[in-house]
Ligand binder design. Structure first.
Ligand code: P6P
Length: 339
């Protein structure tokens, strides 16, 4: 546990100070993302009240249109990024194309916006009606073009080139997890002061796990290797601590977060209907893969490292096997039988 009172911004600035060449843009960008997520958290935590308080769900008492929460989350994040002045392009699960943002003109000169961001503004939002934890996932890269509004080549980079990644879970508490390539750190929002406070530093994921997370309703659509692996996990064998426990919430950030802290493997494989799986490479698989590798875990599409995948489109899907390294290595072995 952490003994000192450290806010998220203090933590990122302390990291920044270790690098004389740092301009502070990444620290400010991460602080902007945290601010947006605090705002989203307020609305997510009120969501259940919309019906109870008699709002029509169409128009609130201020006469404003009550937006679907995932559209609301997207608008908050996009607007904060546009105003922040550090981003040349925003890519979102909610937007078909990337949103280019021009360099800002301040003190009679153009200042180049150095970064691009991918977001899943509110992953798992269909769970909100039943009060299941949902989350925001973000992924940050340095631009590859020199200046001006961002271009598609800035947005389609391999996950290995991320400079920062993280997620915020809106659950029993609001928790922010992030990495800039120097370990994985966990913060818990203290609503009374409106700050994310450091609760767990340099998190590591156990190499072996006791739980697996997968939607077994898809069992009949899986490959032979996938069926064999999940059946193996459910056999009784005390020497290998089997059967594993099955834990599947159906909300990626919640399933991932439990596995990160306790150990486990999350799987969303390809199947005969979704030949590339369901989850998205750029704003789900890549950021969580950066985090899990920083925590000593592993992430694969069943055949190769997620972070090495060359993206072809903003919303491309990928099979995802992510979590404790021994488990991911084992599932890759089972799936190699399918080749
Ligand atoms: P299924 C939620 O809709 C989501 O995108 C992820 O958060 C979650 O892991 C997955 O889909 C659940 O998918 O097909 O098992 O309901």
């Amino acid at each position: 546990m952490v003994s000192r009172f450290t806010t998220f911004y203090r933590h990122i600035v302390e990291e920044e100070r270790k690098y004389p060449e740092a301009t502070g843009q990444l620290s400010d960008l991460l602080a902007d993302i945290a601010l947006a997520c605090k705002v989203i958290s307020l609305e997510v935590n009120r969501a259940g009240l919309i019906d109870i308080l008699g709002f029509t769900g169409e128009e609130n008492i201020q006469g404003e249109q009550v937006k679907k929460l995932d559209v609301y989350a997207n608008d908050v994040l996009t607007n904060v990024m546009k105003q922040g002045g550090h981003i040349c392009a925003v890519c979102s699960e909610e937007e078909e194309n990337f949103i280019p943002i021009d360099d800002k003109f301040t003190e009679n000169k153009y200042v180049t916006n150095k970064y691009i961001c991918h977001f899943d503004p509110l992953d798992g939002s269909s769970n909100i009606e039943v009060n299941v934890s949902i989350g925001t996932i973000f992924s940050v890269y340095k631009r590859v073009t020199s200046s001006g509004p961002g271009a598609l080549e800035d947005c389609l980079q391999k996950g290995i080139h991320q400079v920062a990644a993280g997620y915020v879970i809106y659950g029993s508490s609001t928790v922010l997890v992030y990495t800039t390539g120097k370990g994985v750190h966990v913060f818990t929002l203290d609503p009374s002061v409106g700050e994310f406070l450091l609760s767990n530093e340099n998190v590591t994921i156990p190499k072996k796990a006791k739980t697996f997370s997968v939607n077994e309703g898809n069992f009949c659509k899986w490959s032979g290797g996938m069926k064999k692996y999940v059946s193996y996990l459910k056999e009784i064998d005390s020497e290998t601590s089997r059967p594993y426990s099955s834990r599947y919430i159906g909300s990626l950030v919640a399933d991932f977060h439990r596995n990160l802290l306790y150990g486990g493997i999350f799987m969303y494989p390809a199947d005969n209907k979704n030949i590339n799986g369901k989850l998205r490479l750029m704003y789900e698989a890549n950021p969580l893969s950066f985090i899990v590798e920083q925590a000593g875990g592993k992430s694969s599409d069943g055949n190769k490292r997620i972070l090495d995948i060359e993206p072809k489109s903003l919303h491309q899907r990928t099979p995802l096997f992510i979590g404790s390294s021994d488990e991911v290595t084992l599932i890759e072995k089972y799936l190699s039988e399918d080749l």
